[in-house]
Write a protein that binds this ligand. Structure first.
Ligand code: PGA
Length: 258
């Protein structure tokens, strides 16, 4: 983290977990133990049907609610899809875009780019995900692969909008596996992501964007990961489903920084 230049963001990704009733229950417990200070931005990205319950419960708190996906089109014949203006109207502040689980279902870099542009246009904060597979890491092409995801994902994002984008680095081999990247491995990639952004945008903007780590981040390893200078927060799956664990990760964001 580097609070002097950029925001720390602790974001939960519930994936396909919890019903609206369970959401209400979680939020009551979470609200009761939510740290009072404003050390970092807190987001919870939940299944679409849980958004109303989450927004209602978190009104007048510092927790922003987000979606886990969106459609890039404004409206029309896209059965089952949800447009960005619908998310805004429902009270969302964030949207996760290009999660590896969605890319595995066929989402391309071009789709990710269109969604990022649509989210920014609607005033949502896109949390754009990138990350390499184990095969790519072992083949030594992590940096190339991620640079390509970042460059393609950010195409046509203007200089004045780039600071609104949050990037999440999630090595696929670390997601849901309990196999976290070491703080050094995660720092190295996050630093390289910032270098890619610096090639595309003014260095003051590259310095200002928040880059999160995700992949088995939990209440035990969060402190060390967040101590790295280029890791500005976390995108948390499993551990965001348990209020006590998620709160401990928020607390880990309250450590002194260099
Ligand atoms: P995990 O998921 O924390 O359960 O590994 C992270 C993510 O996929 O966003």
């Amino acid at each position: 983290m580097n609070r002097k230049y950029r925001k720390t963001v602790i974001a939960g990704n519930w994936k396909m977990n919890k019903t609206p009733s369970e959401t209400k229950e979680f939020m009551q417990q979470f609200k009761a133990i939510l740290p009072k200070g404003r050390w970092c931005d807190v987001a919870l990205c939940v299944p679409a049907v849980c958004i109303p319950a989450a927004v209602r419960a978190m009104r007048e708190t510092r927790v922003g609610i987000g979606a886990e996906n969106c459609n890039a089109n404004a409206s029309g014949a896209y059965t089952g899809e949800i447009a960005t203006n619908m998310l805004v109207d429902a009270g969302c502040k964030y949207v996760i875009i290009g999660h590896s689980e969605r890319r595995a279902m066929g989402e391309t870099d071009a789709d990710v780019n269109a969604k990022v542009l649509a989210a920014l246009e609607a005033g949502l904060t896109p949390i754009m995900c990138c990350g390499e597979s184990l095969e790519q890491r072992e083949a030594g092409i992590t940096d190339e692969h991620i640079a390509m995801q970042i460059k393609l994902g950010l195409q046509n994002v203007s200089e004045d909008k780039i600071r609104k984008v949050v990037i999440a680095y999630e090595p696929i081999w670390a997601i849901g596996t309990g196999k976290t990247a070491t703080p050094e491995q995660a720092q190295e990639v996050c630093m390289n992501i910032r270098a890619v952004v610096r090639k595309l945008y003014a260095s003051k903007n590259a310095r200002a964007i928040s880059i999160l780590y995700g992949g088995s981040m939990n209440e035990k390893n969060a402190f060390e990961l967040l101590a790295q200078p280029d890791i500005d927060g976390g995108l948390i799956g499993g551990a965001s489903l348990v209020p006590e664990k998620f709160v401990q990760i928020i607390e880990a964001a309250n450590q002194p920084t260099a």
